[in-house]
Design a protein around this ligand. Structure first.
Ligand SMILES: [Fe+2]
Length: 370
């Protein structure tokens, strides 16, 4: 059996309505002054921000201008607010964007290097990065456990990661009830992202027996719960299942990482300003088809666990997406440059996917997904 090392440094709380108790227990980590980040005002309008603030013993400074693809300009504003008020911690409350923004802000508050430099040069976050408390409200990102923050620079047309142990949240608080009212598109796209983390970490070169166990569990859960939610968004049990599947994939994101679809989605997200999950859905049939040439047994297992009909790998995943009415191609997401131009924008480690060794594969995947 393959040997492995496992890092689980985040203190985790999981359960319906667990947030109040969790933040009270984590008072010493949150400190006397904290910066709270959300993506827009939705959580405020729903009353969730005021509720959270009422549970915190800290003075709270609030920044709500994080966007779906957090940009360095927003992060600089959040850093300024945090510095001016000498905060002890940063809370990311929302989807992956809010949590990623919290991570980058926690780095930037203590660092004299501009946050964009971290993206461009791949710098490691400093040791005194402020503690990060992640409270996800969607199920999909696993960002509450991962050691990366994906940030864009629209000006420089890059989307890249700030990666390192220090951006792993100190505390993750996962309350599935926050996901109960998510609309169809967010539910499906974030739900698909959960599957993508499970499938890609399962095919990854770095996969190990522990991560494989988590991937299998997660894929089986998504295979049952996501089609149920496609039919009935009020299926609370399915929501809880998706939150759990998403959360356990956080361990794989942290310890194993992803394959080509995650690297290829980022340029699509930047160019079309569409969600992470939307781009992944567009890329998946082509990736499954080609990955099955280098990892045939694993791709068959994945599609079986997901509950796909028999057939060729490409058709199996396509039909599964069609059944839930969420199939799409890259060109459905907006105007995009040529496959070659998109391929030039791909960054990050590609070597975790055996498929990356196949000649011209990135351009091929983009072309077949158009
Ligand atoms: Fe993802």
């Amino acid at each position: 059996m393959k040997s492995y090392q496992l890092s689980m440094t985040t203190r985790t709380y999981f359960g319906n309505k667990c947030v109040e108790e969790a933040v009270k227990k984590e008072n010493s980590v949150i400190g006397s002054r904290t910066l709270l980040l959300t993506t827009g005002s939705v959580l405020k309008d729903l009353g969730f921000v005021d509720e959270l603030v009422s549970w915190l013993d800290s003075e709270v400074f609030y920044y709500d201008k994080v966007t779906a693809n957090p940009d360095v300009a927003e992060i600089r504003e959040a850093i300024k607010l945090g510095r001016e008020n000498h905060v002890d911690s940063v809370i990311g409350f929302g989807g992956g964007s809010a949590i990623d923004a919290a991570k980058a802000t926690a780095v930037g508050i203590v660092s004299y290097i501009d946050i964009e430099e971290y993206l461009i040069k791949g710098l490691t976050p400093p040791d005194d990065t402020l503690p990060i408390i992640a409270i996800p409200t969607t199920s999909g990102t696993g960002a509450e456990l991962s050691k990366g923050a994906i940030i864009s620079s629209r000006e420089k047309k890059i989307k890249s990661g700030i990666r390192g142990e220090k951006v792993t949240p100190a505390v993750a608080i996962v309350d599935p009830t926050y996901t109960f009212k998510l609309p169809f598109t967010v539910t499906m796209e974030t739900g698909f992202d959960v599957f993508a983390h499970a499938a890609e970490s399962y095919c990854a070169v770095k996969a190990d027996p522990f991560s494989e166990m988590l991937s299998e569990k997660s894929i089986k859960i998504v295979g049952e719960a996501l089609p149920r939610l496609a039919k009935n968004l009020d299926d609370h049990e399915a929501r809880e299942m998706m939150s759990f599947a998403s959360h356990i994939m956080g361990y794989n994101l942290k310890n194993i990482g992803n394959c080509l679809p995650h690297r290829l989605q980022y340029p699509i997200g930047v160019v079309t300003e569409t969600s992470h999950g939307a781009g992944l859905i567009a890329l998946y049939p082509a990736w499954i088809k080609h990955e099955s040439t280098v990892n045939p047994t694993r791709i068959t297992q994945i599609l079986d666990w997901l509950g796909c009909e028999e057939g060729q790998p490409y058709d199996r995943i396509r039909k599964w997406l069609d059944r839930m009415n969420i199939s799409r191609n890259i060109t459905d997401l907006g105007k995009v440059p040529s496959a070659e131009k998109l391929a030039d924008m791909v960054s990050g480690n590609l070597k975790n996917d055996k498929l990356a060794d196949v000649e011209n594969i990135i351009v091929t995947l983009y072309k077949e997904s158009m």
